[in-house]
Ligand binder design. Sequence first.
Ligand SMILES: [Zn+2]
Length: 402
Amino acid sequence: MNKRVLSLILAVILTLFLVACNGSTQQTEPQDSTAPSAEYVEASTEAQSDVLEWVQCGGYTWDEDEPVKNIILMIGDGMGENIIKNAEIVKGAEHATSFMPYSCYVGTDSLSGTTDSAAASTALSCGVKTKNQYIGVDGEGTPVETIVEFAKARGMKTGLVDTHIIPHATPAGMVAHDNYRGLYNDILKQMLNAQVDVLFGGGTEYSDTPKMQARIENAGYTYIKTVEELSTLSADSKAIGVFSYYDLNSNVNPSLTTMTQKALELLEGDEGFFLMVEASHIDIYEAEQDMDATMVEMQAFDKCIDYTLRWAQDHPGTLVLVTADHETGGVIVPESGLPEDVNNDCFTSGGEHTSTDVKLFAAGAQAGNILTQDKIENTEIAMIMRKVLNDTYGEKPVTLLN
Ligand SMILES: [Zn+2]
């Protein structure tokens, strides 16, 4: 064997050795970097047992004759009629909304055309059509009375629960006034100034800054960040629960149902209340054209609506309204009606919002008296809530808290 052959053999052995080392490094490295922390595994497993199962809905009976003392407005962000139909195909049974005895179609366009969540929330809360990105202001940028301000003027308690960051567009439009929906620090500040009794959602990115911490304390709130601390809250103090750095989907605790359950416990009382509950991630996964993830969020919302409808059954004087701010995804229902065909091909708008009408469903106190047309504009939902609350609590001057 000459030198050249020997060095060639050595080179091959060295190369194989290096490849082997490299290969083993490549195998272990991604495992280490992607391995979830023990804490995260625990949280997500618990959340899944809480959410990832369709509930059996139905068998509800409501007293419709009582005057409206409490309103629970439930919003599925981007929850068009067809995503509900698709959820029923996957569930193999009716969605909770199908048991709500009254419904109509709702037009959602804003002054900008197809709406965003900000203009839609402003319409539902204030009763005015406005431009996209606008929060609690009309098309000229002038502040208009929000539903939280309206309720507070009547001595009612108020709550906002969502799975996005607390100052996100939909909860923002219920209370704040700004010409731009992205001013999260200012919106959160306005929510605290307005003394909303219960604020649950995500976004410690905004609430954990020293400045905001001082504001939370000065505004007299109890501030919590974990599911366990929910049990420490009492109705004696206003509560802000911020359970994640940014948003909370159905794989993160607490679930929308858990937050709603606690909010109802804290708000229930002689004063009456307005509570908004938003399933924020239906829209997010429709925008990503991810049907499986959308279905998980629809499942979570179905469960939360079922819980709320049963709560309303046991609390006469409660009106439950379920609607959407807009349709997202141009969702179609598969002709086959088969669960396996409810897939990503059902999205036809490239993940964009559409102008397709959404539905409004009503159950509980006065529900049979409020929907008199087959189709209304989203602004009329704000007017319906004002009408029934004025009947109970009387007219009051317009109130702006910010
Ligand atoms: Zn939206």
